[in-house]
Write a protein that binds this ligand. Structure first.
Ligand code: PLP
Length: 378
């Protein structure tokens, strides 16, 4: 089938693979081995990657903590801040359309005394900074709001939210897993305290990611969730995944250089896919369609078809309904539900997420396939 599920994961770019391979068996040293060349080489590769990641974000390399991916980064950010400050302030604000790796962390912290406010977005999946300002109180410790949504591609006003949080002396975390490498991000100009990212969403390897921890905010403290050999300046112990880290660095470097060309091509293909489907099929709409969106994503609701049958019938394309991470359950997407979309329409909504290897032929084929399947089902 044609792969249109790049928000779930991406293939490793061949150039990334070529960079990472030598670090498995040729240069296999432990980056923490300080007494010989094997260790020094690995340590050097990690520092190169750290600079590459930092450069894409407009951050300092000392702000980058390598983790096993965005799930871990989100856990470290939210639990780490709560452990450091939870006794003084225990209120955390987040949004109903966040990934489960945020929502479940917040729920977990409730048993340790956290008070969680989950804001509901409007029907386009957006929230306003005013909604956040309204619920910030003297007890508010942290706001966590994603940069862009994985299911709809809706982009949040992160720079504004970050500024409001800074003014109110509240820490701000953003899950930027779907935005890094897709949108220009410059942390030098934006008061973001913590930012999560994952390599496998931008053509790097799976099981590697990073948390940006803003060292320019002297108030910020994050308690490690993994104790041990004090790697990553004590913030995340465990022998570094050198090949993974090299892949993340190279992926960030390529994204920095190729982002604008990729996004231009992708927005053309996404618009063609979306507009053609909408013009050929009645009773079809784009979830989050009136909000600013990532250029490579469209989430289309097909009214009047059985959602359970739909995905099975679309067997020539690899797409998803709801997020892959929750596809073990058969519940309608919590993201679409939070936007006020009814269960039936949520079930019959499909996320198409394109990537840099998507071709116009694939899009044309997809349009025909979708139109044919939907017409048959109706
Ligand atoms: N956050 C968002 C917004 C995501 O889309 C994903 C991926 O599904 C994650 C977090 C989890 O990332 P990882 O697979 O690196 O743990």
């Amino acid at each position: 089938p044609i792969y249109l599920d790049y928000n779930a994961t991406t293939p490793v770019d061949e150039r990334v693979l070529a960079e990472m391979i030598p670090w498995f068996s040729q240069n296999f040293g432990n980056a923490a081995s300080r007494s010989h060349l094997y260790g020094w080489q690995a340590e050097e590769a990690v520092s190169v990657a750290r600079v590459q990641v930092a450069k894409l974000l407009g951050a300092g390399e000392k702000d980058i903590v390598f983790t096993s991916g965005a799930t871990e980064s989100n856990n470290l950010a939210i639990k780490g801040v709560f452990e450091a400050f939870g006794k003084e302030k225990n209120h955390i604000i987040t949004i109903a359309t966040e990934h489960k790796a945020i929502l479940d962390v917040c729920t977990h912290l409730e048993q340790f005394g956290a008070k969680i406010t989950v804001l509901l977005p409007d029907t386009d999946g957006l929230i306003t900074t005013a909604q956040i300002t309204e619920v910030i109180g003297a007890n508010t410790l942290l706001v966590s709001a994603m940069y862009a949504n994985n299911e709809t591609g809706v982009i949040f006003p992160i720079e504004e939210i970050a500024k409001v949080c800074r003014e109110k002396n509240v820490f701000f975390h953003t899950d930027a897993t779907q935005a890094v490498g897709k949108l220009p991000i410059n942390l030098r100009n934006t008061p973001i305290d913590l930012l999560s990212l994952s390599a496998h969403k931008l053509y790097g390897a799976k099981g590697i990611g990073a948390l940006y921890v803003n060292r320019n905010n002297p108030r910020l403290k994050v308690i490690a969730q993994m104790d041990g050999g004090k790697h990553e300046r004590g913030m995340r112990s465990g022998t570094l995944n050198v090949p993974g880290i090299v892949s993340l660095g190279k992926a960030c470097d390529l994204a920095r250089l190729e982002m604008s060309a990729n996004q231009e091509k992708l927005s053309f293909l996404r618009n063609k896919l979306e507009q053609t489907i909408l013009s050929m099929l009645e009773n079809t709409s784009v979830n989050g369609g009136n909000a600013p969106r990532l250029a490579h994503v469209t989430n289309i609701a097909f009214g009047g078809v059985d959602g359970e049958m739909l995905l099975g019938n679309l067997k020539n394309i690899a797409v998803s309904s709801g997020s892959a991470c929750t596809s073990a359950s058969v519940l309608p997407s919590h993201v679409l539900k939070a936007m006020g979309i009814n269960d039936d329409l949520a079930y019959s909504s499909i996320r198409f997420s394109l990537g840099k290897y998507t071709t116009e032929e694939e899009i044309d084929f997809t349009v025909n396939h979708v139109v044919e399947v939907i017409e048959k089902m109706r």
